[in-house]
Design a protein around this ligand. Sequence first.
Ligand SMILES: O=P(O)(O)OC[C@H]1O[C@@H](O)[C@H](O)[C@@H](O)[C@@H]1O
Length: 267
Amino acid sequence: MSPTSPITLRAGDSEIIACRFGAHLLSWRHRGQEQLWLSSNADLGGQHPIRGGVPLCFPWFGGAKGGPSHGFARTSLWELTSNDASSGRLQFELSDSPQTRALWPHRFHARMEIQCDTQGLQLELTIENRDNRPWSFTGALHSYFACEDVTQVLLPELTSRPFHDKLSGQEAHFDAGALPIPIDAVVPGLDRVQLDNRIIRNQGNDATVIWNPGQQGAAAMPDITPGHWRHFLCIESAVARSPVTLAPGQRHRLAQRVLPASHEGGH
Ligand SMILES: O=P(O)(O)OC[C@H]1O[C@@H](O)[C@H](O)[C@@H](O)[C@@H]1O
C-alpha cells in the first residue's frame, strides 16, 4: 500500500477519500457532488505536499526559516487508527519521531478525525503536548473548496471586516462584492462563512484564512493546471495570528464543519 493509496468510506449520502500521507482528505462527495477541489496536476508521489483537498498545516502555519512551508504534518505518514463505516469516521494519528524532532524539537501527539454523515463533514485536528515543558504551535485545516469561478464568489460575512493582507503586508477591510483575486487574507475570528450552498463553521481557530493565488500566482505553481485556479477557494480554519501554547499534557482542538445550507436550521 503506497502512502497515497486511497482510503474510501461511505456514510449516508456522503463519500470521503483520504490517504495516510498527511492524513489528507482528497475528496468529499455529498449527494453525488464533489465539494472539494483536488488539482488534476497534484503530486501524489508521497514525498511532496498535495495541492487540493484538505492539507494539514502543523506545527506551523506558513513559512519557517529552515523548515518546510506549513510544517511537516502534511508530508508525514500518519497511522490509520480507525476506519468505521457505521459512524462514517476515519481517524489518523501522528507522534513525534527523530525526523520530526530534527525539524521541531518537541514531543507531541496529533489526531485527525474526518467524519461524514447525512448532515455534512466534520474535520477535527487535536494536538497534545507529550513533552515535559510547554511549547507553542500554529497551524490550519487548509481546505480547498470547489467553486465554479472564484472571481464571482461573494462571501457576505466578509463585508467591512478587517483582515491582514499577506500580499501587501497591510491591514485592510473587505468591500461588499466579489473577492479581490489574488487573495491571501488572514481574517480574525470569523467562525461562519457561507460559500454557495455550503456553511463552513470553524472552531479553535484565531483566524480564517482565505486564499487563491489568481492567474499569475498559479502560473508559478507547477501543480496547478493552467486555468484551474478559478475552480477553488481555500477557506482555512487557522491558528495564524498568535501561537497556541500548550502545557505538558494539554490539548488543543482545531475544527471545521461543513454543512449544506439547508441543514443549518434557521441560520
Ligand atoms: O503553496 P503552499 O505551501 O501550499 O501554500 C499555499 C498558501 O497557503 C495559504 O494558507 C497561505 O496563506 C499562502 O500564503 C500560501 O501561499
